[in-house]
Design a protein. Structure first.
Length: 178
């Protein structure tokens, strides 16, 4: 039996996305407290996300959302990693406030450790993709569109990571529309 790569490519990208999600979940977290939400978009959900990104470009004055919206259509999957706001209780001041209690008065301000945890998880996920020889790109624009779609309701910070397995990565040498 001959199995051609292009026939199993989407299955492989699905498997890699699942591995990326596991890598993000098991990444170290401040005080061992998990504040992450992790998901994956494929197929029609990616097309819906792309439409939302295009819709946001002009009102936000961020025309690179248009470029990124077209770019994710070339992805086999998009992994999403978001962080909920939950103070670590360290009173470190990294968020700009002297204590967690003071920061809590502004519920929309993330704890710095929530952002750090998300960053470590994103690094773990893209490392898994690279180790699997799959191209990826970390995109704020994707996360912002997901946030506005309300898919990850508890998260105020979300990063999207589209992945691809083609002869040339579609995520580099991109032309900006801004």
């Amino acid at each position: 039996m001959i199995i051609r790569e292009e026939i199993v490519r989407s299955e492989r990208l699905h498997e890699v996305a699942l591995g990326m999600m596991a890598a993000a979940r098991t990444a170290p977290k401040a005080k061992g407290v998990d504040v992450l939400q992790i998901a994956m978009f494929e197929g029609e959900d990616v097309r819906h996300l792309s439409r939302k990104m295009k819709e946001l470009a002009e009102p936000l004055g961020k025309m690179f959302f248009m470029r990124d919206a077209d770019n994710i259509l070339q992805a086999g999957a998009v992994v999403l990693i978001g962080a909920k706001i939950k103070p670590a209780g360290l009173n470190c001041g990294y968020c700009g406030f002297p204590t967690c209690a003071v920061k809590e008065e502004l519920r929309d301000v993330p704890c710095a450790f929530n952002s750090i945890d998300m960053g470590i998880a994103v690094g773990s996920a893209v490392s898994f993709a690279a180790d699997s020889r799959v191209d990826s790109r970390v995109m704020y624009s994707v996360g912002e569109a997901v946030r506005r779609l309300g898919v990850m309701k508890e998260c105020n910070q979300i990063i999207g990571i589209p992945i691809s397995c083609t002869g040339k990565s579609p995520f580099f040498d991109r032309v900006s529309t801004r």
